[in-house]
Design a protein around this ligand. Sequence first.
Ligand code: ADP
Ligand code: MG
Length: 275
Amino acid sequence: MSAIQPLLELRQVSKHFHGGGIFKQGRRVQATKEVSLSLGAKECLGLVGESGSGKSTLGRIILGIEKPEAGEVLFQGINLYGKDKAAIRAVRRDLQVVFQDCFSSVNPRMTAGESIAEPLKNFEGLTYRQTLRTVGELLELVGLKAEDALKFPHQFSGGQLQRVCIARAISLRPKLIVLDEAVSSLDVLVQAQILELLSALREELSMSYVFISHDLAAVARLADRLAVMQAGEVVERLETMEDIHCLTHPVSLALLGAVLPAEPVSRAGGMDAGT
Ligand code: ADP
Ligand code: MG
């Protein structure tokens, strides 16, 4: 048994909501049910599942912003929902997030540079000059130009703006980034470029990711391990993505079906659809 403490550990975490809306009035939704998982340094855990399976709720629980009603979330050994607020604040900076909709997670009236500088201002007492230099370096690290700091969100393409959000997320050199559908709204080509960037940054900055997506193909490109969710529960896990063909749960198979072309089936009459 290794005594090394994992970077992140979830122990039997549960969270339910009471559904809103006229049809769901009072309905209890179990968004996360007794989820236990752990993540080591420099690891990428893929979290997949259909829409509504509880991925984002679990992501928010991991980020320390959605208190579960049961269970514990330990990040670097600190209980994120515990009493030691000073310790929680100290580890918070190591925990960052990138959401799908970057346009709504940046202030449209702030330049890219101002958005990226925000966490630096909150946590590091940098001078104006140091901040400028750091922002320029961060922009270059994500494949943009230092001058892009002066642009406003509407002046970027979706992929470029996602790079800005990634620059902001890495500005404090976090240990873990939760990527919630971070490439889902991008077209396939841009998606591949952002996945490549994330992969390179993980290596360069020795970060861990929780990569949340309904798209198993995207997850398979980045993750080392996999957890498949259904109705708030982890229904299947993989300790290595090399075992992706060993998935057996119906949800996994459905997600896998969307990824891999079906085996070529010889049809009655022997006609091939042609490619
Ligand atoms: P996913 O990210 O996999 O699509 P979510 O975590 O967003 O799933 O949602 C899981 C379930 O919890 C859904 O049924 C959703 O409607 C419900 N849910 C999530 N957040 C809330 C909330 N703040 N209030 C009520 N229900 C919620
Ligand atoms: Mg979601």
